[in-house]
Design a protein around this ligand. Structure first.
Ligand code: ADP
Ligand code: MG
Length: 477
């Protein structure tokens, strides 16, 4: 029997506003506990929330980027539940009318594109944090995070595998970071995911009962958690049992999900419009103003890189993976005035190799776009060969200066003087008379041997093309 999995993601992106959603307290990460929680955040009696306009701007920006309808009038609601890190006893969220309505996102997996529906995106506030360590059997509460604005992005149950879910999550992550509305830092919890998973027999028009895996904060864990959950549900059904609708937690150490609580229904939360907050009104002028601040989006930029610079899909994808990367590339092309494809190769392949190795972001690269441009120029004007250029890049990465400085310091300038190359060839031939005889007797494969010897004798600096031409003549006798 063939099974199909059905997945829908709820992603919480923390909006990078400087102050909170409904108070003026700072949102900076990592401050001393409870130093960034004002009277509103700790819910002192008599306080009133005031909505942060920046958060609305960011939500609308996101909506426009996914081609969604923007609701000109949306409503804040109270979601009531009790938890020690929620001093008000309710979370301010949007329920019936969210600010962002239906949109979509195109994902790509193994060369295939799929359009994934986004049901809605709504504004809400984060809760505080419970600290279970260092309190000798008691729990500490840190309310610094309470009231931080979140955008909850809810997908349709359109995803069909753990890999698709990860591709969608990565695409969304790239987008919110591109838009500058979220820092995307997953370790700090700025971008986290609840995964809803169910299975059904292929061809069955009805969805199966789902489980919701809460708060997974890495791409790898999302993939593993979903994979585990799919297997668990299939096993249950195949052994004659059934899936219960519930909330589960992923345990990365054991690589399994376990039940946390039975799934609450919306009515359990007693949602109602928050009487302390007027509806959020974003008029046409506001939307147009936000529209004007939209950057070129990743997909559009990738397509442009392919047509304008003649790049292949892969390189164009790597070079538009972040705004910084795309800007780095375009600066390098401009500064070098060189072949955009060659510049692309030096960044997407060679430099990216070093970045990955040291787990660095392009913004932290010790080799600037200008320095890459300088390197490409020295290859183009034949000062160095492509092979030596790799050695130069290695030194540049190690902080030994720009291309010209490294070439001068290490004496890497290419030998293009015919006389000097001929002299090296003569010496190699004189030392290898046996091979010369064999070559002349018809063993042409030895040509490569001679090229290697000459390159070795010139420590790789002889111009390879000249070496080839001159060797051919000399070996012919
Ligand atoms: P809730 O708010 O109670 O979690 P929603 O109906 O808003 O419930 O759905 C939340 C998420 O669950 C959405 O991303 C949706 O796509 C997904 N979802 C709904 N039904 C299923 C299902 N049967 N299997 C997998 N995902 C589902
Ligand atoms: Mg949910």
């Amino acid at each position: 029997m063939e099974w199909e999995s059905v997945i829908g993601l709820e992603i919480h992106a923390q909006l990078s506003t400087r102050s909170k959603a409904f108070s003026g307290a700072a949102t900076r990460y990592g401050a001393e506990p409870n130093t960034q929680a004002c009277a509103v955040d700790i819910a002192l009696p008599g306080v009133l929330p005031v909505f942060n306009e920046q958060a609305a701007r960011m939500a609308v920006k996101f909506g426009l980027a996914i081609g969604a309808q923007i609701n000109h009038r949306s409503v804040f609601a109270r979601k009531n539940y009790f938890y020690p890190d929620l001093p008000k006893g309710y979370q301010i969220s949007q329920y019936e009318i969210p600010v962002v309505a239906k949109g979509s996102l195109t994902i790509e997996l193994d060369g295939h594109e799929r359009l994934i529906g986004i049901t809605r995106a709504h504004l809400e506030e984060d809760a505080g944090k419970s600290l279970h360590e260092d309190f000798h059997g008691m729990t500490g509460i840190d309310l610094n995070r309470a009231g931080t604005p979140l955008l909850e992005i809810v997908s349709e149950p359109d995803l069909r595998s753990a890999k698709e879910a990860v591709a969608y999550m990565k695409k969304l992550h790239q987008l919110v970071v591109y838009l500058g509305i979220c820092d995307g830092n997953m370790q700090e919890g700025s971008f986290r995911c609840d995964a809803n998973v169910s299975v059904r027999r292929k061809g069955d028009p009805k969805f199966g009962t789902r489980a919701e895996i809460k708060n997974v904060n890495s791409f790898r864990f999302v993939e593993k958690a979903i994979e585990f959950e799919i297997e668990r549900q299939i096993d249950l059904i195949e052994s004659g049992k059934s899936v219960v609708q519930e909330t589960r937690l992923y345990d990365a150490d054991k690589d399994q999900t376990r039940s946390m609580r039975s799934k609450e229904e919306a009515m359990d939360y007693r949602y109602f419009p928050d009487p302390d907050l007027p509806p959020l009104v974003v008029d046409e002028a506001f939307v147009r103003e936000v529209q004007a601040t939209l950057p070129e989006l990743p997909d559009a930029r990738r397509a442009r890189f392919m047509s304008q610079y003649g790049l292949n899909r892969y390189d164009a994808g790597v070079l538009t993976s972040s705004r910084e990367m795309a800007e780095y590339y375009e600066t390098a092309v401009r500064e070098s005035k060189g072949d955009p494809k060659i510049v692309a190769n030096w960044i997407a392949v060679e430099l990216s190799g070093y970045l990955n190795l040291d787990n660095k972001d392009i913004a932290e690269s010790p080799v600037s776009a200008k320095m890459i441009a300088g390197l490409v120029q020295r290859i183009a004007d034949n000062t160095i060969s492509g092979k030596i250029a790799k050695e130069v890049l290695e030194a540049m990465w190690a902080g030994e200066g720009d291309a010209d400085a490294v070439i001068a310091k290490k004496g890497l300038k290419q030998i293009t003087d015919t006389g000097a190359i001929e002299k090296a060839i003569d010496e190699v031939i004189a030392k290898n008379t046996a091979q010369l005889e064999q070559y002349r007797a018809g063993k042409e494969a030895l040509f490569g041997f001679f090229v290697g010897q000459v390159m070795k004798a010139t420590r790789g600096k002889a111009n390879p093309q000249q070496v080839n031409e001159l060797l051919k003549k000399k070996l012919a006798g």
